[in-house]
Design a protein around this ligand. Structure first.
Ligand SMILES: [Zn+2]
Length: 88
């Protein structure tokens, strides 16, 4: 199980949903999620938006709020892109 919010694998069991699915709580960010949740898939368009926001010098936490992409995911993306490319 991977947290859909931050990608962490650290979680505690946190009861069951109404439908009987195991519910987990992320130890890192506190997000609750249920068994079967997928790690978010992010579309090309969303990454293009991220690029534009980065160029506007919007902070990563701001971008995370706007795009609903997890901080960890954004950080990975920025690292992969390389900071020189973004002029940061
Ligand atoms: Zn988390």
């Amino acid at each position: 199980m991977i947290c859909p919010q931050c990608g962490s694998e650290h979680h505690v069991k946190n009861g069951h949903t109404y439908y009987g699915k195991q519910r987990f709580k992320c130890k890192d960010c506190g997000r609750q999620y249920v068994e079967g949740s997928q790690y978010q898939h992010i579309s090309e368009e969303t990454w293009e938006l991220v690029d534009r926001l980065l160029l506007e010098k919007i902070s990563l936490s701001g971008i995370a709020r706007v795009t609903k992409i997890s901080m960890r995911h954004l950080q990975d993306y920025v690292n992969k892109k390389g900071s020189s490319d973004l002029g940061v």
